[in-house]
Design a protein around this ligand. Sequence first.
Ligand SMILES: Nc1ncnc2c1ncn2[C@@H]1O[C@H](COP(=O)(O)OP(=O)(O)OP(=O)(O)O)[C@@H](O)[C@H]1O
Ligand SMILES: [Mg+2]
Length: 559
Amino acid sequence: MQLQPSEVTSVLKKEIEGFASKTTTESVGQVLQVGDGVARVYGLADCMMSELLEFPEGVMGVALNLEEDNVGVVLLGNASAVKEGDTVKTTGRIISVPTGMALVGRVVDTLGRPLDGKGPIRTEASDQRPIEQPAPNVVERQPVKEPLMTGIKAIDSMIPIGRGQRELIIGDRQTGKTALIVDTIINQKKTGGGDPQHPDQVICIYVAVGQKQSTVVEVQRRLEQSGAMPYTIVVCASAMEEASMQFLAPYAGCSMGERMRDAGRAVLIAFDDLTKQAAAYRQVMLLLRRPPGREAFPGDIFNLHSRLLERAAKLSDKAPELNKRYSKGGGSMTALPVVETQEGDVSAYIPTNVISITDGQIFLEGNLFYAGVRPAVNVGISVSRVGGSAQTPVMKKVAGGLRINLAQYRELEAFAQFGSDLDKATQAALNRGARLVEILKQGQYVPLANADQIVAIYAGTSGALDDLPVDQVRAFERGFVEFMNDTQPELMQQLNAWKTKWDAVEEPLKAAAAAYKAQFSPVDKSGETVEKTKAPAGTDKPAEAAKAPPGGKGEAASH
Ligand SMILES: Nc1ncnc2c1ncn2[C@@H]1O[C@H](COP(=O)(O)OP(=O)(O)OP(=O)(O)O)[C@@H](O)[C@H]1O
Ligand SMILES: [Mg+2]
């Protein structure tokens, strides 16, 4: 066969044109030093901040310190496999996590890997999102105006939380902080029936940082029992994980939430807790030899929390026109960070930082908790700076005097312990206060609908309870709520609705309260004395309530 030179050249030309170079460049460095989960790497000249780096045996690391001649890296995963002299490759990717609906209902770690033994999580490469993303800017947001109901009387009535708000939960250890979050998550079932596909269902994310594994298992079990797990993601970086995994977990959870917020959904995210996140961050930064500042925290500890919490937002309906990152407007992400205090000291570094970043705080007080006032909300110093517009008008009206009445009660209580001759007005304020405190007590795992809360609080603020013994209050409340649901379903529906005006329901509510009062028979007639407050049978922990000092001495002094 004869070869035509022209044919040969044309074939060669075609081949050359079709030639695609498959070479890629990789920046490679060497481990100089490794220990305590931190490595120093030489030779990664073009490494990016927060870039994922690949070590031998599949260990990953994140570049956190970019210095003149080396890079400080925190290792994620099995740090003991890394040796001096190992080669390190850059990946060109900022640390990212899988996001999307596939994660809902699952328990995952900081990198989005399943921890619940329910098999792999199916996500695409396009579902990956960097864990740090810029927060929505001012024009992309709108004011907070929709309620995020917690189902907890003491909060929804006096410290209402709006969607897109950041509300801090702060208190000593074992004061019911986690319990508040769990109840709030359970209550979100009312928004969409617990079906994550329902567009109104609030998606919940519980980020556990530095918690005992047993606590996380208990939370998960409770959520499952209450049917709340199908719409919840649990991101878990427990106390046994590396410090790097612990301080990155809140950002990972945030990115998972943002994906849904940007698609127009309402998201609730709880960080339990930021004190432990800060401690983990401090540990890593001290190992990286960043200079320590106040309480040995690095200088950017404020930024650690502010850039996280800024990502909570209520998006404008027009957000998609402004930025193509948003596929649908109107979504929201509400953040409930938790901070643990020592002996109620809110002036420590981390508490003051987070208080100044958030839009209000729910302060849980040990003294109240031990006196049987649970949830142990200290009304005097708890606030919600934006939530007021997120209450229904009827709730606003009914709960209007609650705060001031309780504050008065706490003031007077201190005097009442000494004096005997109290004038009528003081006696009345004390009477009312004691009953309101009872009304606001609530057991765990029983979040209430808006109408149920209104009815219960109305019983207290309208004075219907004033002539009942204090130990009958909770029995009355339970009975009254039941009575209303059984006999007045339309009125209850009205009370739940957003548009209902107070004038429309005032008379029927008054009549119903009078009707129930007439038929109410005290559960246990012997309980005449106010002193021995005894919780009615079947409610939470009567033994502890009975042990409580009369009136709970300590808390009056604190505000
Ligand atoms: N409203 C409530 N009624 C009765 N018991 C409650 C209530 N809230 C919390 N508890 C109980 O109080 C205990 C402490 O609650 P929880 O674990 O929520 O506190 P915490 O502040 O998160 O504690 P930690 O500091 O350990 O994280 C738990 O045993 C819980 O069951
Ligand atoms: Mg807790």
